[in-house]
Design a binder for this molecule. Structure first.
Ligand SMILES: [Zn+2]
Ligand SMILES: [Zn+2]
Length: 246
């Protein structure tokens, strides 16, 4: 089915979007490669010690977890406090709400059309680090963080994809719990639509955000300060409910 609001061009990337997607991926790969080259070339000297490898491992874990946390905060903020009429970010809010009404629409999009926006930001943020830093730990951290950052939308789409249509590596990563699975993300698409916002692994939902109801606490504080009610406090309505797919 084609969403009535979209013509075929909505699902197809433009050459500009593909260029930004390629730029973001290349920038991240340069960051990771530069880190490895500096680390390996320093092996056997005082530049690279066993502690260096430990710091690289910690940097990778931190980047992976912060990408998950960032995806959750961004998703929560856009869905609860924006509207399609909000200046600058209204189109992003609309995209999130459209996803709740038609959860499978993004499965039909080219990867570049899904990921080019984050890839553009990644290019702008990571390129200066690549140019001016020779710290292998910083380069590795930034590469992992923005690598998962760029791909978080695709990981989310894979969580909506039937297992038989997943590449074997993606299915294995889901099975291992390294990337988001439908068994966790599905709860985000059910009333009251106020949990499981994270879109990389969901680990931050499990161990922090949902476990300790962090977003609910922040919503209460924001309401007391600004009197603005988040969308998730309202009764589920047509903003959220999934529409028939036939
Ligand atoms: Zn959502
Ligand atoms: Zn979803």
């Amino acid at each position: 089915m084609v969403h009535p609001q979209h013509d075929d061009s909505w699902y197809k990337s433009t050459w500009t979007q593909r260029a930004w997607f390629a730029s973001g991926c290349t920038t991240v790969l340069i960051s990771l490669a530069k880190s490895l080259i500096i680390t390996i070339s320093g092996a056997g000297t005082s530049t690279t010690t066993p502690l260096t490898w430990l710091r690289l491992t910690f940097a990778a874990l931190l980047g992976y977890v912060l990408a998950d946390l960032g995806s959750g905060i961004y998703h929560w903020a856009m869905e609860n406090y924006g509207s399609p009429e909000t200046p600058v970010v209204g189109f992003i809010v609309k995209s999130f709400l459209d996803h709740h009404r038609h959860p499978l629409e993004h499965n039909k999009c080219d990867i570049a059309s899904l990921l080019y926006r984050v890839a553009t930001v990644a290019t702008a943020v990571v390129m200066p680090v690549n140019m001016f830093s020779n710290d292998p730990v910083l380069l590795w951290f930034v590469g992992v963080l923005w690598g998962f950052g760029i791909f978080n939308v695709k990981i989310h789409v894979w969580a909506h994809t039937p297992r038989r249509n997943l590449p074997p590596l993606v299915a294995a990563l889901q099975d291992a719990g390294i990337i988001l699975r439908w068994s966790q993300h599905g709860a985000h698409h059910l009333p009251p639509y106020n949990s499981n916002y994270c879109a990389v692994s969901g680990i931050c939902d499990r161990v922090l955000l949902d476990k300790y109801k962090v977003f609910t606490a922040v919503e209460v504080v924001l309401f007391r300060v600004t009197s603005v009610r988040p969308r998730s406090w309202a009764e589920p309505d047509s903003d959220w409910t999934q529409k028939p797919t036939s």
